[in-house]
Design a binder for this molecule. Structure first.
Ligand SMILES: *Cc1c(COP(=O)(O)O)cnc(C)c1O
Length: 221
């Protein structure tokens, strides 16, 4: 099935890059997919999923978690500050922290809760005006600010511009992570995850290659 194909391709890319087997975590991106496809992936053993919308995740995952043990769901879509509270309660990781107001809100919620999802900082490596994420030159300062807020920053995330070769963007993100002492690299989607693994990805976010095309008219990234 498509899930095992993706896993095999991940393991092959790890080998090719001389990286240990299992060093790359697969996040199966289940946004806007019919629930039976998600259940099939759960039955095949997949336990880490990515969602883009808080409301959709709130509707889908409490029920599935009651049926399947040890599931974790990662937030990979833009997060509105007014959805931060349910996000902190629902997600094991948030990959899209990209502004001080959100970081401050998450820090307050984490303090009150005594726990916080793992935090990835999203970087707009292509400096696209319409895209979320910090501009590359703002990353070092923002990482320091998040650490000062005691947020558990584990890595960086990017979505390269459509139509560009992704690889230089992945390499840039890896360099920024290295100089900030961050081990996590959330990069690589269905079309480019092997290149991302070659450049050091620790988390790949794969949707359509596992679940098939999303329904037409449904929002993508
Ligand atoms: C939808 C989405 C993905 C998965 O995209 P595919 O091309 O279907 O693999 C990965 N990352 C983000 C941020 C997304 O929004």
């Amino acid at each position: 099935m498509a899930l095992s194909d993706s896993l095999e391709r991940i393991r092959a890319a790890e080998r090719l890059a001389g990286r240990p087997a299992g060093s790359v975590t697969l996040i199966a991106v289940s946004k806007v997919q019919p629930v039976d496809r998600v259940v099939a992936a759960l039955e095949a053993g997949q336990r880490i999923f990515g969602e883009n919308y808080v409301q959709e995740a709130q509707g889908k995952w409490p029920g599935l978690r009651a049926r399947f043990a040890d599931v974790s769901v990662h937030m990979i879509g833009p997060l509105q500050t007014n959805k931060a509270k349910p996000a902190v309660e629902l997600f094991a990781a948030i990959h899209t922290v990209d502004r001080p107001s959100l970081a401050e809100k998450l820090a307050r919620l984490a303090e009150a809760r005594g726990a916080c999802p793992d935090i990835f900082i999203q970087v707009n490596t292509g400096a696209e005006p319409q895209k979320a994420g910090l501009l590359p030159e703002a990353v070092d300062g923002f990482v320091a600010d998040c650490r000062a807020l005691a947020l558990p920053v584990v890595g960086l995330m990017c979505i390269p511009p459509e139509g560009d070769d992704s690889r230089p963007h992945f390499r840039m993100l890896a360099g920024m992570a290295r100089r900030n002492g961050l081990a996590g690299l959330s990069m690589g989607m269905s079309g480019d995850f092997e290149a991302a693994i070659a450049e050091g990805a620790t988390h790949v976010r794969i949707g359509s290659a596992i679940f098939g095309a999303r329904m037409p008219g449904q929002r993508g990234a």
